[in-house]
Write a protein that binds this ligand. Structure first.
Ligand SMILES: *Cc1c(COP(=O)(O)O)cnc(C)c1O
Length: 330
């Protein structure tokens, strides 16, 4: 099956559809954060933080899920998804609003915060296997036996169109960006950013970021082939072990560059958000900032949008971030 990516018309329609149902999240500047990345070597970089950590369910994914369920007819068996957490919460949230049954398969040791949130949204939770890929297999099996509609983590044009409303909003708020750095798991958020920038702001360079501990999308983009790779990052939103057809096609056409960061650099970026921007970011949410701090020479003197994609950080991960020490710690 070949899936066509959404058009900018689909994205504008999604923005209209979602108006009043999603938070128009702030796009904020923080002098102290700019000072920290200048210390790391990115002199004169002006950061603009797009605060999807303040979105309903604490991540941008709800934009895609609401758009998907608003544009799709489902069977009485409802929808079944697989996720390490934020896609799960988003789908459960959207399903409850639409009055649709929702089953979520999560890998067996999920972030307890995310698992609780999904259950609180009345979704049926199935814990299965160790990695996202195991959960995907189980979700596929459940869809086949119950007739429920399987929602992919990334190969869904309606998810991409919904996610794209975050970038559209950011460009409306900050038309003068030079770069936009977006974290990548399955790639829906980054593909969305690419489509919007290519159509409406072609001067903006969209840069993807992954954890080096889960580099499947990065390697798929570099090699031009869909790759499976080890999937060991602590940042759940980035914990994906393979490339996806739809999103990779878009990234190949439009992504300017793709950077890797370590999980420790992500922890350090979470600390920077906490101390310099009063912002709770989960690991995936801090990955864009980590990329700017880790590759400062690329961003010096530029106005850089960093997608703070989610804020669902557990206590342990925040403690680790605050305890993190490195040469440039304040
Ligand atoms: C899912 C997620 C990502 C990655 O998004 P993809 O669309 O899967 O690439 C990044 N950050 C957060 C917080 C997420 O939940």
């Amino acid at each position: 099956m070949t899936l066509a990516p959404p058009t900018v018309g689909d994205v504008l329609a999604a923005q209209h559809r979602l108006a009043g149902h999603v938070v128009r999240t702030p796009a904020s500047r923080y002098a102290e954060l700019d000072r920290l990345v200048a210390t790391a070597g990115a002199a004169g970089t002006r950061l603009v933080v797009k605060h999807e950590n303040l979105q309903h369910t604490g991540a941008f994914k709800v934009r895609g899920a609401l758009n998907l369920l608003a544009t799709r007819t489902t069977t009485p068996a409802g929808v079944v998804g697989y996720s390490t957490g934020n896609h799960a919460q988003a789908l459960a949230y959207a399903a409850r609003r639409a009055g649709v049954r929702c089953t979520i398969v999560m890998p067996s040791a999920p972030n307890p915060l995310k698992e609780r949130a999904v259950r609180a949204l009345d979704a049926e939770v199935v814990l299965h296997g160790e990695r996202l890929e195991d959960a995907c297999e189980e979700a596929t099996r459940i869809a086949a036996t119950t007739g429920a509609d399987l929602v992919s983590a990334a190969d869904e044009p309606a998810l991409v169109a919904g996610a794209a409303t975050a970038t559209l909003e950011l460009l409306q708020q900050e038309p003068d960006l030079d770069d936009l750095v977006v974290p990548v798991g399955g790639g829906s958020g980054a593909a969305a950013a690419c489509l919007v920038a290519a159509a409406l702001a072609p001067h903006v360079r969209v840069v993807g970021v992954q954890s080096a501990a889960s580099p499947a999308a990065h390697d798929s983009w570099r090699t031009g082939e869909l790759c499976a790779r080890p999937n060991r990052t602590r940042a759940e939103g980035l914990a994906v072990g393979r490339g996806f057809t739809l999103t990779q096609g878009v990234l190949r056409a439009h992504l300017h560059d793709f950077l890797l960061v370590t999980d420790d650099q992500i922890s350090r970026a979470q600390q920077m958000y906490l101390t310099a921007a009063r912002t709770v970011a989960e690991g995936a949410g801090a990955a864009s900032l980590a990329a700017v701090a880790a590759h400062p020479e690329r961003f010096a003197g530029r106005t850089v949008g960093v997608m703070c994609s989610g804020g669902n950080a557990g206590a342990g991960e925040l403690r680790r971030a605050l305890d993190h020490t490195c040469a440039t710690a304040p």
